[in-house]
Design a protein around this ligand. Structure first.
Ligand code: HDE
Length: 719
C-alpha cells in the first residue's frame, strides 16, 4: 500500500493546493510530535522512569508525593467524554470543496461563487443507533456531516445517506431514538432495529413508512462510505444578493456510484472486521485514492411551493429527481486522514443551525427542532460553551464578540469592555460595521395562531413509500422483503408482527403478503389506504441498479499456493490494477509463496485472517501444484462458495477451472468452461489457456457489475 497522503511528496503537493485557505492553520499549532523528545509531565518536568511508582522501599507502600504517578493516573481516569447520544460511531476525513460555477443566481454564499476557490472541509460519517464501539456493518442509516471552513465562517451540512426521515416533527425525536436504541431493561440489542420496541413505535407511527422502506433496503448496508449518497434531508433556503429566496435540497453524489453489501454478508463482516467501513475510508485516503462526491442541489422557487403532490416542508418526502432535477454544482474531495481520532473525529461538533449568509432555514418542523438540539447536546458532550475554540471546530474567520469565560476558555480577551453598546471602546466589536457582510435572516412573512397541530398536507404517509417500492429492481425488492422477514421475525410480539403486515399493506400488497408468509402472521386483509395519484409512478434515481459502475478501488482476493502460475497472475494483476483495482494474495500462511516459474511472491493475508466477505471478487490462477493444494482446503471451497452466494465476480484460469468443479457453485456452464476458451456466465469468468485480454476484459466487466443478482434465484449454496 502507498504511504499516507501527508507523507507522500506527490500527494502532499496535491493536498497543499487543495487546502487553501488551510484548516492546517488552525490545527498546526496544536500538533505535538513526541519523536526524539524526553518524557515530561504536563507541566514540563522531565521524567526518567514511568514504569515504577515511588515507594517507601522497593516492597513498601506507594507515596502520595509521586506527582508523576498522580498526574498520569488522574489524566487517564478522565480520558472519556460522553459519546454522542446518536451517531456515536463515526469516521472522519479532511478535504476540500470546489464549486463548478458561480451560484449567484440562487445564493450569495461566498464559497459557492468562485470556481477557482477551494474551501477546506472536515467530514464525519457515522451510524446512528450503535455505541462508539459497535460494528460498522449494521442495518442503519449513515450520517454524512460536512463542516465547511468558509471565509464567511463555519457552514455545517449535517445530512444522512437517506433522503427522508422517520418523523415529521422534532418533538418525536427522543421517542424514535428511545425505541430504536437497545431496550431499557437489558440494553439488548446493540446497533440493531430488529427488536420489539422499534417496531412497536413504527406500527404506531405511520409517518415512518417511507423511511422504513429505505431502512429495509440495501441502502442501509453501504459497501463503503465512498460509495454512498448523501442528502441534507431537510428543506433549506438559498437567498441571493437581491434578497430573493429559493427552497433548496442538498445532495452528495459519489463518483464511484452507490453500492451496498448484502445482509448475509454484513452479519459476517461485523465479526470479521467491525471496522470495515472505517478501514476502507482510511486505507483509500492513505493510498492516494481520494474519496469524491459531486454536490447537487434541487431548487423549487417560492412561487412553486404548492405545485407538488407533497409538501416541500415535509421531511418524510423526497423531491423526485424527475420532477425537480438535481443540478451538480461542485465537488467534494477527501484527501487527508485525521492525525488524532479523539482531537478531530470525536471532538468535532456539527449543527444544522451553523449557516453562512446566503443559506437560511425553511419552516420544516424537523429542521426547526434540530436547530436547538445540536448545540444543546454539545454543551454536555464537550464540556461547556467554549467548544468552538477546540481546534477542529474553530472558524478560519476572525472572531470578535463579548462572549466571555466558562469552562476551558482559551482566548485571552483584551481591554475593559465586554458589552454593547459601549463608549469606552467606541462600541467595538461593532455590529453592522459593514452592512453588506452581516448575516441577515430571510424576511419571511409569518402569520398564525399558536397551535400544536400537524398540517393536513403532511398526512399522506404511503404514496412515496410506494413510489420507492415501485422504483426498485426485482433483486432490490427481494432484499427488502427478506429484510422485513428478518426484522419482523425477531419480534416477540405476535401482535406487532401482524400490525407490520397490515401497515405495509398500504405500501404494497405483495410486499405485505411476503412478510406475513415468513413471520407467522395472517395475510393482509385490510383495505390499503388509497394513496394519492402520484405525479410519477417510479423514479430511476432511487434504484441502485442504475448507479455508476466500475472497478476502481475494488478489492480482489487471489487464492494461491506454491506452484501457482506466475505469468497468469501477473497478467491479471496488471490488467486489474490498470483500472484501479486492488489485489491481495491470500494463502495458507503468511510469508511468501513460489510460482511454478520459481519466483517468490509475498502473501498479504493468510487463511486464518482473510475471508471472502472482505473482498469484492476472487481470482484463482492456474498451476497444477497450487490448484491441487487449494482443492484440499475446506477454507478455499467455502471462500468460493461464499463469493458465489454473495453474487461476486469469480475468475479462474487454466487448471483453476477444476477447482470450481469441486465447489458447490451451480447453474453456471461448467462444461463450457472446461472446453471453451473464454467463458463468462453470471459473473463467473474462466479461460482454458490462462488469461488473455479477452479474459481480463470479461473479468473486469464482471467485477464492475458489483454483484450478479441473478444467482440469488438459487439459494442452495452451503456457505
Ligand atoms: Fe441529528 N442529531 N437529529 N439528524 N444528526 C445529532 O448532535 C437531532 C436528524 C445527524 O457526525 C446530535 O452532536 C434531532 C436528521 C448527523 O457529529 C443531536 C433530530 C438528520 C449527526 C441530534 C435529528 C440528522 C447527528 C447527537 C430530529 C439528517 C452526527 C450528537 C429533529 C439530515 C453528526 C450531536 C456528527 C447528530 C439531534 C434528525 C443527521 C442529538 C433532534 C433529519 C449526521 O443533537
Amino acid at each position: 500500500m502507498k504511504k499516507k497522503e501527508s507523507s507522500n511528496p506527490d500527494n502532499q503537493e496535491k493536498s497543499q493546493q487543495a487546502d487553501e485557505p488551510k484548516i492546517e492553520k488552525n490545527l498546526e499549532p496544536f500538533r505535538v510530535d513526541s519523536a526524539r523528545k524526553q518524557l515530561t509531565t504536563d507541566l514540563g518536568i522531565k521524567i526518567n522512569d514511568t514504569d515504577n511508582s515511588l515507594h517507601a522501599g522497593s516492597r513498601g507502600p506507594t507515596l502520595l508525593e509521586d506527582f508523576h504517578f498522580r498526574e498520569k493516573i488522574t489524566h487517564f481516569d478522565h480520558e472519556r467524554i460522553p459519546e454522542r447520544v446518536v451517531h456515536a460511531r463515526g469516521s472522519g476525513a479532511h478535504g476540500y470543496f470546489q464549486v463548478y460555477k458561480s451560484m449567484r443566481q440562487y445564493t450569495k454564499a461566498k464559497f459557492l461563487q468562485d470556481p477557482n476557490k477551494q474551501t477546506p472541509v472536515f467530514v464525519r460519517f457515522s451510524t446512528v443507533a450503535g455505541s462508539r464501539g459497535s460494528s460498522d456493518t449494521v442495518r442503519d442509516v449513515r450520517g454524512f456531516a460536512t463542516k465547511f471552513y468558509t471565509e464567511e465562517g463555519i457552514y455545517d451540512l449535517v445530512g444522512n445517506n437517506m433522503p427522508v426521515f422517520f418523523i415529521q416533527d422534532a418533538i418525536k425525536f427522543p421517542d424514535v431514538i428511545h425505541a430504536v436504541k437497545p431496550e431499557q431493561d437489558n440494553e439488548i440489542p446493540q446497533a440493531a432495529s430488529a427488536h420489539d420496541t422499534f417496531w412497536d413505535f413504527v406500527v404506531n407511527t405511520p409517518e415512518t413508512a417511507h423511511m422504513i422502506m429505505w431502512l429495509m433496503s440495501d441502502r442501509a448496508l453501504p459497501r463503503s462510505f465512498r460509495m454512498m449518497e448523501g442528502f441534507g434531508v431537510n428543506t433549506y433556503r438559498f437567498v441571493n444578493e437581491e434578497g430573493k429566496a429559493f427552497f433548496v435540497k442538498f445532495h452528495w453524489k459519489p463518483l464511484l456510484g452507490v453500492h451496498s453489501l448484502v445482509w448475509d454478508e454484513v452479519q459476517q463482516v461485523a465479526g470479521k472486521d467491525a471496522d470495515f467501513n472505517r478501514r476502507d475510508l482510511w486505507e483509500a485516503i492513505e493510498g492516494g485514492d481520494y474519496a469524491e462526491w459531486e454536490f447537487g442541489i434541487q431548487i423549487i422557487s417560492q412561487e412553486d411551493e404548492f405545485k407538488f403532490d407533497f409538501d416541500v416542508l415535509d421531511p418524510t418526502k423526497l423531491w423526485p429527481e424527475e420532477l425537480v432535477p438535481v443540478q451538480r454544482i461542485g465537488k467534494l474531495v477527501l484527501n487527508r486522514n485525521p492525525d488524532n481520532f479523539f482531537a478531530e473525529t470525536e471532538q468535532v461538533a456539527f449543527c444544522p443551525g451553523n449557516v453562512v449568509p446566503g443559506i437560511d432555514f425553511s419552516n420544516d418542523p424537523l429542521l426547526q427542532g434540530r436547530l436547538f438540539s445540536y448545540l444543546d447536546t454539545q454543551l454536555t458532550r464537550l464540556g461547556g460553551p467554549n467548544f468552538t475554540e477546540i481546534p477542529i471546530n474553530r472558524t478560519l474567520s476572525p472572531i470578535a464578540n463579548n462572549q466571555r469565560d466558562g469552562m476551558h476558555r482559551m482566548t485571552i480577551n483584551m481591554g475593559k469592555t465586554a458589552y454593547n453598546p459601549n463608549s469606552l471602546n467606541n462600541d467595538y466589536p461593532k455590529p453592522g460595521l459593514n452592512e453588506k457582510e452581516g448575516y441577515v435572516h430571510y424576511a419571511q412573512a409569518v402569520n398564525g395562531t399558536t397551535i400544536r397541530e400537524r398540517s393536513e398536507s403532511f398526512k399522506d404517509h404511503y404514496s412515496q413509500a410506494s413510489l420507492f417500492w415501485n422504483s426498485m429492481s426485482d433483486p432490490e425488492k427481494q432484499h427488502i422483503i427478506k429484510a422485513f422477514q428478518f426484522e419482523v421475525g425477531k419480534l416477540n410480539s405476535k401482535e406487532t408482527r401482524q400490525k407490520v403486515v397490515d401497515m405495509f399493506n398500504n405500501v404494497d400488497h405483495e410486499l405485505a403478503t411476503q412478510i406475513a408468509k415468513a413471520v407467522g402472521a395472517n395475510p393482509p386483509t385490510g383495505k390499503p389506504q388509497t394513496p394519492k395519484t402520484p405525479q410519477i409512478k417510479a423514479s430511476k434515481a432511487l434504484s441502485m441498479e442504475n448507479s455508476v459502475k466500475g472497478v476502481k478501488t475494488r478489492k480482489i482476493a487471489v487464492l494461491a499456493m506454491d506452484g501457482f502460475n506466475g505469468k497468469e497472475f501477473s497478467s491479471v494483476k496488471a490488467a486489474l490494477e490498470a483500472q484501479g483495482a486492488k489485489m491481495e494474495v491470500v494463502s495458507q500462511v503468511l510469508g511468501s509463496i513460489k510460482s511454478q516459474e520459481g519466483e517468490k511472491m509475498d502473501v498479504d493475508k493468510h487463511f486464518i485472517s482473510a475471508s471472502s466477505v472482505l473482498y469484492d471478487a476472487v481470482y484463482v490462477p492456474g498451476g497444477q501444484q497450487s490448484v491441487d493444494a487449494l482443492k484440499k482446503q475446506g477454507y478455499v471451497i467455502n471462500f468460493i462458495n461464499q463469493a458465489f452466494k454473495h453474487c461476486k465476480a469469480i475468475g479462474a484460469t487454466n487448471e483453476a477451472i477444476n477447482l470450481l468443479v469441486e465447489t458447490n457453485i451451480e447453474n453456471v456452464n461448467l462444461a463450457d468452461m472446461k472446453s471453451k476458451e473464454v467463458v463468462s456466465d453470471k459473473g463467473v469468468v474462466t479461460s482454458q489457456t490462462g488469461p488473455t485480454s479477452a479474459f481480463n476484459d470479461a473479468f473486469i466487466l464482471a467485477i464492475a457489475q458489483h454483484r450478479h443478482w441473478i444467482r440469488e434465484k438459487n439459494e442452495n449454496i452451503p456457505a
